[in-house]
Design a protein around this ligand. Structure first.
Ligand SMILES: Cc1ncc(COP(=O)(O)O)c(C=O)c1O
Length: 396
C-alpha cells in the first residue's frame, strides 16, 4: 500500500482562506443565485493594452521562450532599480540588490526558507496576509508570534509589543486586510527597532501604488538599506495572473533569496518579464503614476466611496481607506455569522479571522465589482435589514 498521508508539516497548514469561501459561494451559484463578489483581492479591471501587446510581441521571439534565470533577466532588474530611483529616490544595484520573483507571494515564503531555522521566531501581524504565519512560519517549522493590530493604533503594528529575540518580522502597508497606511516616520521607527534588536525586516509593499488622493506609500528602503522589500505587478497593473513581482534590499538578503529560488524555480517567463519592463517604463520621470493606472485608481476611489458611505448609512463604522482596494469594518456580530448571512444574500465577503484570530468581528470587502453592483449589494443588505452596530433606526 502506498502511503498518501501528507507530511506533518503540510497537515499543520490551515486550508487557504479563499478555497473555503469559493466552495460556499459555488453552492449558491449552483442554486442559481447571482453572486456579487467582494471576496478575493483580484482586480476586475484589465491589464493595460500596452503591457499586453508588449508581452504578445515578446512571446513570438524564440529567445524569450527559453528558461529565464531564477533571479530574473538583467534588463528587468535594471528597470526595477531605475523605477526605485524614480519612485522612491532610492538607489539600488540591480546585480546584487534586486531579484525578480513569481509574484510577491513566493518571495514572502522563500525569504523565511532562506533565513529562518526551525524553532526560530517570526513576527507577523494579526490580522495579516495569511502567508506570513502559514507557509512562511508553519511550513518552515518556525515559531510564529502574532502581534494583534489595534484599531486605536490605526492598525499599525506596535514594535514595542514585539519580542526582541525574533529572527524576522513581516509588516505590510498599505495593508491587507485593514486598508491602513503608514508614513515614512513610522517605517523609520520599525526599521530602527529591527536594527536595534537584530531582526530581519521584511516589508511587504505589494500595494505601494494603490493610494488615494495625495497619499503616496513610502518604501522601507527610504528608512535605510538593511531590510528587504517585496513589490508586485499584480495589483498596480492588474497583472495578478502573470505572477510577476520583485524583492529589493540588502545584498545578503537578496543573495539568500536567490540561492533558495535557484533550487526551486527557473524564473518568470521571459516574455512576461518584458511586459514588466513596459509596465514600469510607463511611469513618469518624476515617479508619478501613468495615466492608465491613475484612471484605475479613480475607478477604485469612486467604488470605495460608494461602498463606505453605503455601509455607514446601514450603521457600520467604516474608515475611508487611503490605500488598497479593501474596506474593513466591525460587523457587530461573529464574522462567520455575518459572512454566512451575506452569502445567503448573494454577497461574498471575507471574514476577518481568516487573517488572524484577533480580527474576530471584522469583515473585509474588496471593491472589485462595478459601482452598480456595489449599489445592488447595498440595496440587498438594506432590504434584508442588515444593520451595523451604530445603527440608530431608519430616518423618518
Ligand atoms: C499583502 C499582500 N502581499 C502579497 C500578496 C501577493 O501578491 P502577488 O503574489 O500576486 O504579488 C498579496 C496578495 O493578495 C497581499 O495581499
Amino acid at each position: 500500500m502506498v502511503n498518501y498521508e501528507q507530511s506533518e508539516r503540510l497537515r499543520k497548514l490551515p486550508p487557504y482562506l479563499f478555497v473555503r469561501l469559493e466552495e460556499l459561494a459555488d453552492v449558491k451559484r449552483k442554486e442559481g443565485m447571482d453572486m456579487i463578489d467582494f471576496g478575493i483581492g483580484d482586480p476586475d479591471l484589465p491589464t493595460p493594452d500596452k503591457i499586453v501587446k508588449s508581452m504578445q510581441i515578446a512571446a513570438e521571439d524564440n529567445d524569450n521562450q527559453k528558461y529565464s534565470s531564477s533571479q530574473g533577466e538583467a534588463d528587468l532588474r535594471e528597470a526595477i532599480a531605475k523605477w526605485y530611483s524614480k519612485r522612491f529616490c532610492v538607489e539600488v544595484d540591480p546585480k546584487t540588490q534586486v531579484c525578480v520573483t513569481l509574484g510577491s507571494k513566493e518571495a514572502i515564503f522563500n525569504i523565511s526558507q532562506a533565513f529562518v531555522n526551525p524553532g526560530e521566531t517570526i513576527i507577523a501581524p494579526s490580522p495579516g496576509y495569511p502567508v506570513y504565519s502559514g507557509a512562511s512560519a508553519l511550513f518552515n517549522e518556525a515559531k510564529c508570534v502574532r502581534i494583534p493590530l489595534r484599531a486605536e493604533d490605526g492598525w499599525l503594528l506596535d514594535v514595542d509589543r514585539c519580542p526582541t529575540d525574533a529572527k524576522m518580522l513581516y509588516i505590510n502597508y498599505p495593508n491587507n486586510p485593514t486598508g491602513a497606511t503608514c508614513d515614512l516616520q513610522y517605517l523609520q521607527k520599525v526599521y530602527d527597532w529591527c536594527q536595534r534588536t537584530g531582526t530581519i525586516a521584511c516589508y511587504d509593499n505589494a500595494y505601494s501604488e494603490m493610494c488615494y488622493g495625495d497619499y503616496r506609500a513610502p518604501s522601507m528602503l527610504q528608512a535605510g538599506p538593511d531590510c528587504i522589500e517585496f513589490g508586485s505587478f499584480s495589483k498596480t497593473f492588474n497583472m495578478t495572473g502573470y505572477r510577476l513581482g520583485y524583492a529589493v534590499g540588502h545584498p545578503d538578503l537578496v543573495a539568500g533569496l536567490k540561492k533558495c529560488k535557484g533550487q526551486i524555480d527557473s524564473g518568470a517567463p521571459i516574455f512576461i518579464q518584458k511586459a514588466g519592463i513596459t509596465a514600469l517604463g510607463m511611469y513618469h520621470d518624476d515617479g508619478s503614476l501613468p495615466s492608465v493606472i491613475k484612471n484605475n485608481m479613480d475607478i477604485y476611489a469612486e467604488r470605495r466611496k460608494v461602498l463606505v458611505e453605503g455601509l455607514r448609512d446601514l450603521g457600520f463604522d467604516v474608515a475611508m481607506p487611503k490605500g488598497t482596494f479593501y474596506v474593513w469594518f466591525d460587523c457587530g456580530i461573529p464574522s462567520d455569522e455575518f459572512t454566512a448571512n451575506m452569502i445567503n444574500l448573494g454577497i461574498i465577503v471575507t471574514p476577518g479571522p481568516g487573517f488572524g484570530d484577533s480580527a474576530e468581528g471584522y469583515i473585509r470587502m474588496t471593491v472589485t465589482e462595478p459601482t452598480e453592483r456595489i449599489k445592488e449589494a447595498l440595496a440587498r443588505m438594506k432590504r434584508a435589514s442588515v444593520h451595523g452596530p451604530c445603527y440608530a433606526g431608519d430616518a423618518q
